[in-house]
Design a protein around this ligand. Structure first.
Ligand SMILES: Nc1ncnc2c1ncn2[C@@H]1O[C@H](COP(=O)(O)OP(=O)(O)OP(=O)(O)O)[C@@H](O)[C@H]1O
Length: 235
């Protein structure tokens, strides 16, 4: 049995007949953060949507803990412990913070059981439980999206540009939360990012996607700096 929680083998996918992700192979181990970096339009979001089952691959395999889940629909992927936090805001703005959070669990018992973990990660969200989600600040809405993912107790999170539009203090908070999720809860994370310093501050490994293909990858250590990788991301 492989120790990878997720393995992609030669995934090619896209829209209509246009391939925007080409022959991507990767694996993520339990409790590891893999950052997928690249310029706009390089296929990063499509890669996450393909794993989650929103986009059907033209070829290749998606393996979750040794089980072939290629073409598995999103609700079944969620049931298998995969949480997708898309770039778009998928909160229900007219529902309260609490009701949005409750969408991440299927029972009142689990909700009450897991709330303390959420409280320890994001105390400010708890202070706003009765507030309509649409009236939270942009940063608080991103926090709520992350909490809704975390309260489902995922084994794997697919996170798409969570730092977009966040102020530096909130970016730091988000980094702390992801590191805690990895180190304390053992969650694996596939992180799509344009914020290089954020990604390199928390990721174990990185991978650069260019026109849908992996053009560089490696372990994040003191040798890897944002200056080296920024050439891949410059517009
Ligand atoms: N639903 C769709 N139908 C057709 N083409 C699409 C669709 N979604 C994305 N594309 C195209 O696929 C390509 C890759 O898009 P994708 O959103 O995966 O890139 P990305 O690397 O996540 O970019 P960004 O950083 O700007 O979000 C782009 O050329 C985009 O226009």
């Amino acid at each position: 049995m492989s120790d990878a929680i997720l393995t992609l083998s030669d995934i090619t996918s896209g829209y209509g007949s246009a391939a925007v992700v080409r022959d991507v192979s990767l694996d993520i181990k339990q409790g590891e953060i893999l950052a997928v970096l690249g310029k706009n339009g390089m296929g990063k979001s499509t890669l996450l949507k393909t794993i989650m089952g929103f986009v059907s691959p033209f070829g290749g395999q998606v393996i979750l803990r040794d089980k072939d889940v290629t073409q598995t629909p999103p609700h079944m992927m969620a049931r298998s412990g995969v949480a997708h936090i898309p770039q778009e805001n998928t909160l229900f703005p007219d529902l309260s913070v609490e009701d949005n959070l409750r969408l991440g669990v299927n029972s009142d018992r689990l909700f009450r059981q897991r709330l303390p973990t959420i409280e320890s990660l994001f105390p400010r969200i708890l202070e706003r439980m009765k507030q309509r989600a649409g009236t939270l600040s942009g940063g608080e809405q991103k926090m709520l999206l992350m909490c809704r993912g975390l309260i489902s107790h995922p084994r794997l999170m697919l996170i798409d540009e969570i730092t977009e539009g966040l102020q530096p203090a909130m970016v730091d908070r988000m980094a702390e939360v992801l590191v805690k999720a990895r180190d304390d809860l053992g969650i694996s994370v596939l992180l799509v990012e344009q914020h290089l310093d954020f990604a390199l501050s928390i990721a174990n490994r990185f991978m650069i996607l260019k026109l849908g293909e992996i053009v560089d990858q490696g372990v994040v250590d003191s040798q890897v700096t944002s200056d080296q990788l920024s050439a891949h991301l410059a517009v």
